[in-house]
Design a protein around this ligand. Structure first.
Ligand SMILES: C[S@@+](CC[C@H](N)C(=O)[O-])C[C@H]1O[C@@H](n2cnc3c(N)ncnc32)[C@H](O)[C@@H]1O
Length: 241
């Protein structure tokens, strides 16, 4: 997969793209990520990339010309799914990330200031939002999207099914996880995780996931069906409270 990032701030990316799991995916050639500085394509003398909004209003708007020319130079007539990171875009969900992970090439356009000239919409395929809040620029959203998408690219995560077993993947948040030691300063790991009964562990985890989700995100758990064993664990949790 190839990912091109069109940005005014390419210096923000190397840390994220060079570290941890994403860094390893890049080094292993599973993904090639390139940043392109939109300012290099500004056709005016002072390399200006933004200007005041017509009609008045706060802040500055990124001009269409440098973005058009940057996109054209980067893609050179080749196809890519062209995405503008934007608070008014469709939400980034696991389903969307999985879909994006199947693409051969993504071109991510990062807005800044008050956003981009509306005519830029003619050269993007879609707008994607990473959450209902506003950040100063599209660089962090692009990093979030890349991280989220690459988790679905085969080979990026050590274990094949990890991305499918995380919070949200089955409509629930994740159950509590524990690692060694089994007794940390008197706080003991739940006995059920130590007894090797995998059917019980699976049911306990699902019951825990339902409970966590009900508490943190009640809207996510409207039509969950529980097995008899899961119901039993739910009941035990309620009795223990
Ligand atoms: C300050 S924001 C512009 C906000 C815009 N004036 C509005 O009200 O929707 C600057 C840029 O940050 C990026 N951005 C900010 N919040 C975002 C979010 N939640 N998701 C995706 N991109 C975001 C976009 O690229 C946007 O063009």
């Amino acid at each position: 997969m190839q990912i091109d990032i069109l940005t005014l701030f390419p210096e923000m990316f190397p840390g994220v793209l060079g570290s941890s799991i994403i860094g390893r995916a890049v080094r292993n050639g599973l993904v090639r990520v390139e940043t392109h500085n939109i300012r290099d394509y500004a056709a005016n003398k002072h390399k200006k990339t933004d200007d005041y909004p017509f009609g008045g209003g706060n802040g500055l708007v990124m001009m269409a010309q440098p973005i058009y020319d940057c996109m054209r130079a980067v893609l050179r007539g080749q196809s890519a799914r062209r995405i503008l990171l934007s608070p008014r875009g469709k939400p980034l969900t696991p389903a969307l990330a999985r879909d994006l992970a199947r693409e051969l090439r993504l071109a991510l356009l990062c807005g800044h200031y008050e956003g981009v000239d509306e005519r830029v919409m003619d050269i993007v395929d879609e707008e994607i939002c990473i959450g209902d809040y506003v950040l100063t620029g599209g660089e962090l959203p692009a990093m979030v999207l890349i991280d989220c998408v690459l988790r679905f690219v085969p080979g990026v995560l050590g274990c094949g099914l990890c991305a499918e077993e995380e919070s949200f993947s089955d409509g629930l948040l994740e159950y509590p996880q524990y690692t060694r030691p089994a007794d940390f300063r008197g706080k003991k790991v739940p006995e059920i995780l130590l007894n090797g009964n995998h059917a019980h562990i699976k049911a306990w985890r699902r019951a825990q996931a339902v409970k966590k989700t009900e508490a943190a995100r009640p809207g996510l758990v409207s039509d969950i069906t529980l097995t008899k064993l899961e119901k039993r664990f739910m009941q035990e949790m309620e009795d223990g409270e």
